[in-house]
Design a binder for this molecule. Sequence first.
Ligand code: HEC
Length: 212
Amino acid sequence: MSSNKNLTGWQRFMQMMTKANELGKEDEIMTDHNYDGIKELDNVLPPWWKYGFYITIIIAIYYTFQVFYNPENYNQKMEYEAEVKQSKIELEAYKKANPELFKTDIKLLTDATSLEAGKKAYNTFCVACHMADGGGGIGPNLTDDKWILGGGMEIIFHTISEGGRPGKGMVAWKSSINLEQRQQISSFVVSLQGTTPANPKAAEGDITWSKQ
Ligand code: HEC
């Protein structure tokens, strides 16, 4: 390219990096492709782009060897083990901070005093939606063997503590009713199971659970 003579160093460098075809000389690189009058030029790939591509290939090879073939280096296995270790530490801390969630002694209370206390609390907090005899209203029937969220002491305790499905109206009671009372209420709910309420609401839920 003789016209290069008049170019500055920078312009020459740019030309080297782009290998752009000079404007006005499109005919030289015109292909015979013609789609409804739209023609195609056979431009070369710009060298700057190709160099970038070569660099990524070199980095990929270097990286592969470093990560997969160099046992001294930090690798996926070490990363996995470090994360498991860290999550165990976090789990322990979480357990310590929330002992109630991990309590395993949520036991069914069957003594008359506890059930009486449970009934009293039930009549305060729950009766509006589940009726005094558990027959159901806004909330489901608690005396039949069909459950939406599940029956049994632990699950009922969990439902009372954490609430039902979002938007259904059964809120989480753990912040307003203490642990002991929730145990008493749950035990009372279990005791309602199998009784015959005056106005039973039709069974709801796919989970079957009964005391016996
Ligand atoms: C504002 C109305 C309302 C109050 C108050 C209420 N519940 Fe509920 N309860 C519901 C609704 C609605 C559902 C169904 C939740 C769902 O579908 O996820 C429900 C579900 C339940 C379930 C699960 C039933 C199943 O079939 O799995 C239990 C157990 C329960 N409530 C116990 C109680 C207890 C105990 C109290 C009092 C501490 C209480 N509820 C207070 C409305 C209420």
